[in-house]
Design a protein around this ligand. Structure first.
Ligand code: FE2
Ligand code: FE2
Length: 207
C-alpha cells in the first residue's frame, strides 16, 4: 500500500487516527531527546537548542491534536496507544546504530565527535523524511476538512533541514556523499516502519 493510501485509510477512523498522531508525537519526542543527548556539555549552540526545543514542541503539539478527536484516547506512549509500536521504536534506534557504525568507519572520530556527527547525519535524514511526510499528511487533512492541522510543524521542519545542511557544510566538504548513505539506510527503515503500520491497519478493525 502506498503511503498516501495508507494515511487516507488511517484518518478515516478516530482510533487509528489518534494512534497515528500519538505515534508521530512519540517519534518527535524521541528525536528531541536524541538531539539533547547529543549535546556537547558546553559547546552546544543556539541552533541546537532551538532544534531540540522545536522537536519537543512538535511532540506536545501532536499530542494535543489528539484531544480534537477524543480527550480519552492515547494519553501516554504505551504500546497499545501507538501504531506498530515495535517497528516505531526500532526505526529511530536502528537508524542511530547503523548511522554510527557507518560514520565511525569513514571518519575516525572520538566518542564526543561521533555523537555530534550522528546528530548531524541522523537528524538530516529525519528532516528529509519529515519534509516529505508532513505535507502529504496535511494534504489529506485539508482534503477531509479535518480539525487537525500540522502546518506549523511543516514550517519548522523546513527550517530544520536548512539548518542541518549549513551545519553539515561546516562539518565536512564531502558530507553529501555520506549523507546519501545515511539516507539509503533511513529509506529502508522507513519502508519497514510503513509496512508494519500497513499490516496492523489491515489486520485490526478499528471501531
Ligand atoms: Fe519535528
Ligand atoms: Fe525537525
Amino acid at each position: 500500500m502506498e503511503f498516501y493510501q495508507l494515511l487516507e485509510k488511517i484518518v478515516q477512523t478516530n482510533e487509528a487516527h489518534a494512534r497515528w498522531l500519538n505515534t508521530l508525537s512519540f517519534m518527535e519526542n524521541a528525536g528531541a531527546r536524541k538531539i539533547s543527548a547529543c549535546e556537547h556539555p558546553f559547546k552546544v549552540d543556539l541552533i541546537q537548542l532551538k532544534h531540540a526545543a522545536e522537536e519537543h514542541r512538535h511532540a506536545y503539539y501532536l499530542k494535543k491534536q489528539i484531544g480534537k478527536i477524543s480527550p480519552e484516547l492515547c494519553k501516554n506512549y504505551r504500546k497499545e496507544e501507538l501504531l506498530a509500536p515495535v517497528a516505531t521504536r526500532q526505526y529511530l534506534h536502528a537508524l542511530d546504530i547503523k548511522a554510527c557504525r557507518y560514520l565511525q568507519q569513514v571518519f575516525s572520530l572520538t566518542k564526543e565527535e561521533l555523537k555530534y556527527a550522528a546528530y548531524l547525519f541522523v537528524t538530516y535524514a529525519i528532516e528529509v523524511r519529515a519534509d516529505e511526510l508532513y505535507p502529504v499528511y496535511q494534504e489529506i487533512l485539508t482534503k477531509t476538512s479535518s480539525k487537525i492541522m500540522v502546518k506549523s510543524i511543516i514550517l519548522e521542519e523546513e527550517g530544520h533541514l536548512e539548518e542541518m545542511i549549513s551545519q553539515l557544510n561546516e562539518f565536512s566538504d564531502d558530507w553529501q556523499i555520506h549523507a546519501e548513505e545515511i539516507l539509503s539506510i533511513e529509506k529502508e527503515l522507513h519502508e519497514q516502519w510503513i509496512k508494519a503500520i500497513a499490516e496492523e491497519i489491515s489486520q485490526v478493525r478499528y471501531a
